[in-house]
Every structure is written in structure tokens, then in C-alpha cells.
Design a protein around this ligand. Structure first.
Ligand SMILES: [Zn+2]
Length: 220
């Protein structure tokens, strides 16, 4: 899926968490979480984070593989749960823990959502890597990259930026409305630059490899 959609999911999931906190403590978002604006930014970054492995190649002894190195469909949620338990015991660290939880939820949702996408490269059996079974999860091909379904999903997620904006407290004297709008703008620009730099060349190369393989099969 597109990085933009993932980042939007990170924002919206954090916004939902803020609403839930407000309901649980029956107080406005700004009172329960004075740094709510930072909270949604961290969630957005979490939604983006796993796709850094799009860069691929070797960094030192680490072999970076897309949808394997930083994609953990269960691991991030486990980290979120562990962090939540820590927050119960160390109340001084509660705010830091909540930020970490927002990040892990964004990254976890990203990893799960990619299973609904098509294959990561040329092999139709490789969706997202399952680190527990050490096998690739088969892609479900339900919401392929930049398909109509993904655009519908992205458009609906965009609403989240409008709906949550009035409830975000100012951060560094910047009004919540501008923070929400700014995050949305930056998400679109950074994601477009990232996709054109890393995703599109890889998708083109994969298509070429697939065509060559098909031609090879036909000539045999
Ligand atoms: Zn991904």
C-alpha cells in the first residue's frame, strides 16, 4: 500500500486512541493529553516507519529486505502491550509510554495492512514476512497498491485530519488546526517523494522481471 495511506492510518489510530482516553477519563482530549498534537505526529511516523525497509540492500551486516526487516504484523502490537504494562508500573514514564504505544500501533497496523496488498515484488507468494514461522505470508490482493480501493480508503482516512483538528491543543504556540493540516500536507509531500524515489523504480523493475520471466516461459 502507499506510504500516504499507512501514515494516515497512523494518524487516525492515534486520534482514535485520544478519543478513547478522553472517554475513559471523561475529560477533553487537551486535558487528558496536553501533548495530543505531538501524540498524533508520533502515530503518523509509526505508520510510515516500516516502509523504510523499502530502501533495501546491505547496511553493514544487515541485509534489508522490503516487508521483512521492519514489518512485524504481531511484534509491534506485542511491544505496544508490553509498553502499556510498563506504563502501569512506572507512572512517571506514562506519557513516554503512551507515545511509544502510538508509534507501535501505527507500525503494527501498517504491517497487517500490507497483507491485504499484492506481492512485495515478483514472487506472488511473498506478501509480508512472518518472523515466527520464518515464512512469507501469502498476499491477499484485496487492496492492491494505488488501486481504486486504496484511494477510497485514503480519502476516508483524510477525513480524520479534519475531524480531529478542532480537538488538538496548541503545540509550540501552533494551533491544532494548523498542526493537523501541516501533518497532512507533509505526509502527502514526503510520501510522494519517497514513493517516486524508492517504490516506483522497484515496481517498474519487478514488472520488467515478470515480463522477461513470462517471455522466457513462452519460448521454452
Ligand atoms: Zn509496508
Amino acid at each position: 500500500m502507499m506510504v500516504t495511506t499507512h501514515a494516515c492510518v497512523g494518524f487516525v489510530s492515534s486520534a482514535i486512541n485520544l478519543c478513547l482516553l478522553a472517554i475513559v477519563y471523561s475529560s477533553p482530549i487537551a486535558e487528558v493529553m496536553p501533548l495530543a498534537s505531538l501524540f498524533v505526529i508520533v502515530g503518523t511516523l509509526g505508520g510510515f516507519f516500516p516502509d523504510i525497509d523499502r530502501i533495501e540492500g546491505r547496511i553493514g551486516s544487515i541485509n534489508i529486505v522490503h516487508r521483512r526487516t521492519l514489518h512485524f504484523s504481531l511484534g509491534y502490537f506485542l511491544l505496544a502491550l508490553i509498553t502499556y504494562v510498563i506504563s502501569l508500573y512506572y507512572s512517571d514514564w506514562r506519557s513516554v509510554c503512551w507515545f511509544a504505544i502510538a508509534f507501535f500501533i501505527g507500525a503494527g497496523l501498517h504491517s497487517v495492512m500490507d497483507i491485504l496488498d499484492g506481492p512485495r515484488d515478483i514472487d506472488p507468494t511473498e506478501g509480508v514476512y512472518n518472523h515466527l514461522s520464518r515464512k512469507w505470508i501469502r498476499p491477499l490482493n484485496m487492496i492492491p497498491f494505488a488501486s481504486l480501493w486504496e484511494w477510497i480508503m485514503y480519502s476516508l482516512l483524510s477525513l480524520g485530519f479534519i475531524l480531529i483538528a478542532p480537538f488538538l491543543p496548541p503545540f509550540w504556540n501552533i494551533q491544532g488546526v494548523y498542526i493537523s493540516g501541516g501533518v497532512y500536507f507533509l505526509t502527502c509531500v514526503v510520501a510522494a517523494a519517497y514513493e517516486s524515489q524508492y517504490t516506483l523504480p522497484k515496481k517498474r523493475a519487478a514488472r520488467k522481471k515478470y515480463r522477461l520471466k513470462k517471455d522466457d516461459g513462452n519460448s521454452n
